[in-house]
Design a binder for this molecule. Structure first.
Ligand code: SAM
Length: 225
């Protein structure tokens, strides 16, 4: 396989909306339904909560790439008025609904939202690493945002060291694709610099309020108008 075709195939795998519906991932995808599980959701929550501060109170919150929607009840507990999650993985969505039927968790991406439905706070926890076109994403997202909206992102980023479980990495346009393996499970992420998110968001009028390196491989960004 030429380096170029390898690059293309990793980009394709990283941005495949059905990546998390593969059979071999089901044990993992379908069990991470709350912050009390064995996975890393409690850490994600702690980081996101500190990033957003008191921005939960009264917010109409969208969790983009919500997985099983573990964030939705946590946001409500901190005072959100509404919490909606969208995810293209039907297995994750079904698992989240099974765990807690009241979760407003929808199958799809921004297309899963109703026309005219708008949000004050959008969170994306390690999901924008599967979006192929960042400019297009922020352009479409902006139509779903209220004027004072805030966007809080947790994104993977590690240029000078390996990601946990990293077995392969290749340069792609605007960043790199990384293959991570945990036992028999393999996930491909598209990793872009924090500046890439800042640039894409700036096109729709957002500026960074906070950019925080939470760990060697995770960065948090808080963007607002
Ligand atoms: C690492 S998981 C994180 C899930 C969840 N945010 C969490 O913290 O558990 C990445 C999620 O992004 C979803 N995803 C994949 N492609 C996507 C896309 N184009 N837009 C939104 N989400 C996507 C996957 O289905 C998966 O649930």
């Amino acid at each position: 396989m030429s380096p170029n075709s390898n690059m293309v195939s990793l980009f394709t795998r990283a941005t495949d909306p059905n990546q998390y519906d593969r059979d071999e991932l089901s044990g993992w995808t379908e069990t991470e339904t709350s912050i009390t599980g064995a996975g890393s959701r409690a850490t994600h929550w702690e980081r996101l909560r500190s990033l957003v501060g008191d921005g939960w109170v009264g917010a109409r919150m969208l969790d983009y790439g919500a997985g099983t929607g573990w964030l939705l009840p946590e946001a409500m507990r901190l005072g959100a008025r509404r919490a909606v999650g969208v995810d293209p993985s039907i297995r994750s969505v079904r698992a989240g609904r099974r765990h807690q039927p009241a979760r407003d968790l929808r199958h799809g991406c921004l297309d899963a939202l109703d026309a005219g439905e708008t949000f004050d706070l959008v969170c994306a926890v390690l999901s924008l690493c599967h979006v192929a076109d960042l400019d297009g994403f922020f352009h479409d997202l902006a139509r779903k945002l209220r004027p004072e909206a805030t966007v809080a992102l947790l994104v993977p980023y590690a240029t000078d060291r390996r990601h946990a479980g990293e077995v392969a990495r290749t340069t792609v346009d605007g960043g790199y694709a990384v293959v991570r393996r945990y036992r028999e499970l393999e996930v491909v992420d598209l990793v872009r610099s924090p500046e890439s998110f800042v640039r894409a968001a700036a096109r729709v009028g957002f500026v960074p309020r906070r950019v925080t390196r939470f760990s060697a491989s995770t960065v948090g960004l808080l963007l607002a108008r």
